[in-house]
Design a protein around this ligand. Structure first.
Ligand SMILES: C[S@@+](CC[C@H](N)C(=O)[O-])C[C@H]1O[C@@H](n2cnc3c(N)ncnc32)[C@H](O)[C@@H]1O
Length: 467
């Protein structure tokens, strides 16, 4: 991170704006909102600045800048818009260790002003660190459209009840849950709709009700599908629950970008295989989930893809429910649908496949015990999970039960992730194809006519992706 986002209290602090044009006026407007004490230095100024000076809102010195002008300032803006006149301002401020911003010139600035979404007291600053200001502005426009106009009122409303909530609920976690429930609930909606009087009454009864409840919090576990890898494929519910979780338990298939959606102070427990160590056993994982829930924590168990598709989510659910823990399940995009979409393969295209079957390529003690005769029938699609090491043998089994060796296949390794590779070929060369390209997984194999549509990479691209 090149710039650290911070919010400064400038109320009654001396701030200097050097320059008197429109750019200076924009900075002055910002500083006025922050209730700074503003001095402007410029031989001439635009009319609006003159009016502000006449109205006592700022002090204007109609002259050119001198280095001594920065003394005692908390913040300095150079707003001429030309290097020759702004550089001395930046130099003087830097020499005195005063934060300086030169409009549209990161090279002369020690801080930058972000694009701002203002729902005071909620303020959102967006910066691209000078890399793409228009993108930052686009993001601001999207946020502006998304956030209710009365969001600031809601924040102030909540602030006015902080004391009452604290007095009624001793425990920090109870308070956090109260606020999570409040902001997602009908009273907040009422305030956002403009009914603050009704909202106040409803809020008081909500606080009383929560305060009277048994303060022993019940822990919960939510099994959350994290999808095949691309963080944009998370569901909205998964994102919300992640941000509310006290504890996040995750394994190898879940990337760090997704785990990072958790609250900063949430406990993160990795239960996948670490270098040189065995992964935790299912029994250990069950125990971790149980202990956290019994301690009253909100636990999110993050699993790659969908928790109930080859994810052992069922085992965790049964174990926890047998111990009296409430379990919720949030589905995720499973590897078969995620990889098929990423490789352009319609899994049940009309005329080519009337069904799609998810199978595991790996059985309890090695090879899977499947109904190969029915899997070898035409007009269907097979999506094989965990099938890298057994690919050749499973292909041979399908062929020995009658599936043509010429049947199209596709292999998608690291589907939906930046390092995704897509291979295409025939069933009778599946094993060689995977070995030849050093596929180590996670990889999904799609078998059937629909795989003919796979958007496979060229051999050169595959070699480059394999590094
Ligand atoms: C233990 S299973 C978990 C499946 C997961 N619950 C789901 O719904 O996708 C692991 C297998 O899923 C497949 N898989 C998961 N993520 C994948 C990805 N991004 N690309 C290709 N295959 C993936 C691979 O076959 C891998 O061996």
């Amino acid at each position: 991170m090149k710039y650290l986002p911070t919010f400064m209290d400038l109320a009654a602090r001396d701030c200097l704006v050097v320059g008197g044009g429109e750019a200076a006026l924009a900075k002055i407007r910002l500083l006025l909102k922050a209730q700074a004490s503003i001095t402007v230095i410029a031989p001439t100024v635009v009319e609006d600045i003159e009016v502000l000076a006449d109205g006592g809102k700022l002090t204007w010195h109609p002259r050119t800048f001198q280095a001594a002008d920065v003394q005692g300032m908390t913040m300095v803006y150079g707003a001429h818009g030309d290097w020759d006149r702004d550089e001395p301002v930046a130099k003087a401020a830097r020499a005195a260790n005063i934060p300086v911003n030169v409009v549209d010139c990161p090279a002369l600035s020690s801080f930058i002003t972000p694009a701002i979404v203002d729902r005071d007291p909620i303020i959102i600053g967006i910066s691209s660190a000078g890399a793409a200001p228009i993108l930052a502005r686009n993001i601001r426009a999207r946020l502006e459209a998304m956030l209710p106009a009365r969001l600031g009122r809601l924040a102030s409303f909540a602030a006015s009840f902080r004391g009452a909530v604290k007095a009624t609920m001793n425990d920090g976690r109870t308070r956090r849950r109260f606020w999570e429930g409040f902001f997602a609930g009908p009273v907040a909606e009422q305030v956002l709709d403009g009914d603050e009087v009704g909202g106040r009454e409803a809020m008081l009864s909500l606080i009383n009700k929560t305060g009277q409840r048994d303060s022993a919090e019940e822990g919960t576990v939510t099994l959350v599908g994290a999808g095949p890898g691309d963080p944009d494929l998370l569901t909205l519910k998964a994102l919300r629950l992640l941000q509310e979780a006290d504890v996040v338990v995750y394994d190898k298939l879940v990337g760090p970008e997704i785990v990072d959606y958790a609250r900063r102070d949430a406990e993160r427990i990795y239960v996948g295989k670490a270098k040189g160590q065995h992964s935790k056993s299912q029994g250990d994982i069950n125990q971790i989930l149980l202990s956290a829930a019994q301690a009253g924590q909100k636990v999110v168990r993050l699993k790659g893809g969908d928790p109930f598709v080859f994810g052992r989510g069922g085992e965790e659910q049964h174990f926890l429910e047998d111990h009296g823990i409430k379990v919720e399940v949030v589905p995720g995009i499973t590897a078969a649908t995620g990889c098929a979409a990423a490789a352009g393969i319609p899994l049940t295209e009309r005329g080519k496949a009337q069904s799609v079957t998810f199978i595991t390529g790996h059985g309890k003690d090695g090879d899977p015990d499947l109904d190969w005769a029915s899997l070898a029938k035409p007009n269907q699609t097979l999506a094989v999970y965990m099938g890298v090491s057994t690919a050749g043998r499973n292909a041979a089994r399908l062929m020995s039960h009658g599936l043509a060796g010429s049947t199209p296949i596709a292999v998608i390794e690291n589907g939906t992730r930046p390092e995704q590779r897509v291979l295409a070929g025939r069933l009778d060369s599946l094993g060689d194809l995977m070995a030849g390209h050093g596929i180590t997984g996670p990889a999904l194999i799609i078998i059937g006519e629909v795989a003919r549509d796979a958007k496979a990479q060229s051999p050169a691209a595959l070699l480059a992706a394999a590094g």
